[in-house]
Write a protein that binds this ligand. Structure first.
Ligand SMILES: CC1=C(CCC(=O)O)c2cc3nc(cc4[nH]c(cc5[nH]c(cc1n2)c(C)c5CCC(=O)O)c(CCC(=O)O)c4C)C(CCC(=O)O)=C3C
Ligand SMILES: [Fe+2]
Length: 381
C-alpha cells in the first residue's frame, strides 16, 4: 500500500482525486449539531450565526421552531444512530476502523472528537460530513471548521483530515429517495390519480444567490445557481427517470435580510402556484437533507404540508436517507474508495457531474462575507 500523507499533499500537486491508497486509521463523522434542551437553544443559535449578521427576529423565529419540540433538535440522536449503524456495517465487513463523531455547532464538538482520536493513536482521519452537495454551508464551512479545530486543539501538523467527496450523486444517497418517490407515486396512483395530476417537489435548503454562484469550480460554468443548483437538478432528474409525473426543484428555510437574494422559488409559493394547475397531489422530497432534522420537521412537515392542505392538495413527504442500509453502506464505500485507492472510473455516481472531487478545487465555495479562511482537504485558493 502506498501511503499518501493527506489531501494537502495531493492539493500541492493539484490532483482532483486521491487515487493512491491512504492508510486512514479512523473515520470522523462530522455534523452540524443541535440543541438538546430549552436552555441550549439560544447558545446554539449564537454559535451557528456567530459573526454572520442574522437578524435577531430570525433567531427568535428559529428558536420558536426548536421550542415547539421541547428545545431538542432531532439531529444529534440521528447522528448517534448513524454512528452505530456505520460501526455495525464496518464490523459486518470485517474491517477495523473506529468512528469519532463531532459537530460544528454543538457538543460533542469537533475538538473533542479530534482529541479522542489522537489520544487513541489515530492521526490519519477521513471525514464524512453529513451534507451531500457543494456550497460554502454544505462543504467548505466544514473544511474551514476542521482547520480551526486542528488549530485550537494544537493538533495541526499531527492529525490530518481528508474528506470524502460530496456524495449527492452516490447511489447510496440517491436510492432511498428513489424508493420514497416511486412508493409515493404508486400510492397516489392507486388512489385514482393519473401521473400528470401528481407533482413532485424536490426541496432543498435555500442559500444566498451569491453563495450559489460560487459553489463548485468556476471553470465548469454552472451558471447562476452554480454547482449547488446543478447538482440538485441532476439528482432530481435521475430520481425521476422513467416517471412521467411533472417535477420541479424548490427551496426552503431561507434566512438573512429580505433585501439579500436567496435561491427561489420557496416551496410554499410553488405549492400555491400548483393548486390552480390541475395538480391534485404533491410529493415532497427533502432532496437536500441527510436526515429528518429541524428543517424537515418544521419547514416541510409543519409548514409545507399545511400549505398543501390550505390549497386543497393531497401531500406526502418522503423519507430522508437517515440510516437506510444503502446509505450507510454507501458512506462506508466512500471511505473505502479513498483508503483503497479505487480508480476514479470505478467510483459510482448516478449523474454525469460526478464522481465529485476528493480535493476541493481552487477558489471553490468562497464565503462571500469573509473571503477564504484556511481549510483542509482542498487546494489553497
Ligand atoms: C445548505 C444548508 C444546509 C444543508 C446542508 C447540511 O445539512 O449541512 C444546512 C443545514 C442545517 N442548518 C441547520 C440549522 C441552521 N442553519 C442556519 C442558517 C443557515 N443555513 C444555511 C444553509 C444550510 N444549512 C445558510 C446559508 C444559513 C444562513 C447563514 C448561516 O448562518 O450560515 C441557522 C441559523 C438561523 C437561520 O438563519 O435559520 C440554523 C439554526 C441545521 C440543524 C438542524 C437541526 O437542528 O435539526 C442543519 C442540518
Ligand atoms: Fe442551515
Amino acid at each position: 500500500m502506498t501511503l499518501v500523507p493527506s489531501a494537502s499533499a495531493a492539493a500541492a500537486s493539484g490532483a482532483e482525486h486521491i487515487v493512491e491508497a491512504v492508510a486512514y486509521d479512523a473515520i470522523l463523522l462530522a455534523s452540524f449539531g443541535g440543541p438538546e434542551g430549552q436552555d441550549d437553544v439560544i447558545p446554539f443559535l449564537r454559535n451557528v450565526t456567530r459573526g454572520r449578521g442574522i437578524p435577531d427576529e430570525r433567531l427568535e423565529e428559529v428558536a420558536h421552531h426548536y421550542r415547539a419540540f421541547g428545545g431538542v433538535s432531532p439531529i444529534n440522536d440521528q447522528n448517534r444512530e448513524l454512528k452505530v449503524a456505520l460501526e455495525a456495517e464496518i464490523a459486518r465487513r470485517g474491517i477495523e476502523l473506529p468512528v469519532y463523531w463531532g459537530n460544528r455547532n454543538w457538543a460533542p464538538y469537533l475538538d473533542e472528537a479530534l482529541q479522542d482520536a489522537h489520544a487513541a493513536g489515530h492521526d490519519t482521519l477521513i471525514a464524512i460530513g453529513t451534507s451531500a452537495y457543494s456550497s460554502y454551508s454544505s462543504c467548505r464551512q466544514y473544511r474551514e471548521d476542521f482547520a480551526e479545530a486542528l488549530q485550537r486543539t494544537g493538533l495541526d501538523g499531527t492529525v490530518t483530515i481528508d474528506k470524502v467527496r460530496q456524495f449527492f450523486d452516490h447511489p447510496g444517497f440517491v436510492e432511498p429517495f428513489v424508493e420514497g418517490v416511486t412508493g409515493a407515486l404508486r400510492e397516489f396512483e392507486a388512489g385514482g390519480l393519473s401521473a400528470e395530476q401528481i407533482h413532485v417537489l424536490f426541496s432543498t435548503h435555500s442559500i444566498p444567490s451569491t453563495d450559489a454562484a460560487r459553489s463548485g469550480p468556476a471553470s465548469r460554468g454552472f451558471g447562476e445557481g452554480g454547482a449547488y443548483a446543478a447538482q440538485h437538478l441532476a439528482v432530481a432528474e435521475a430520481v425521476m427517470a422513467g416517471e412521467p409525473s411533472p417535477w420541479s426543484l424548490v427551496y426552503q428555510s431561507r434566512s438573512g435580510p429580505p433585501t439579500q437574494p436567496w435561491l427561489e422559488p420557496d416551496i410554499n409559493d410553488a405549492i400555491a402556484g400548483l393548486a390552480g394547475d390541475g395538480v391534485r397531489a404533491v410529493v415532497i422530497v427533502p432532496l437536500g437533507f441527510v436526515s429528518d432534522h429541524m428543517e424537515v420537521l418544521w419547514d416541510l412537515d409543519t409548514e409545507a404540508l399545511q400549505t398543501a392542505r390550505e390549497n386543497g392538495l393531497l401531500a406526502t413527504r418522503v423519507p430522508t436517507p437517515g440510516v437506510h442500509a444503502a446509505f450507510v453502506s454507501g458512506l462506508l464505500d466512500l471511505v473505502l474508495e479513498r483508503r483503497d485507492g479505487v480508480p476514479v472510473a470505478e467510483r459510482p455516481a448516478v449523474t454525469s457531474l460526478g464522481p465529485w472531487y476528493d480535493v476541493c478545487r481552487p477558489g471553490c465555495c468562497e464565503n462571500v462575507r469573509r473571503g477564504f479562511s484556511p481549510a483542509v482537504a482542498g487546494v489553497a485558493p
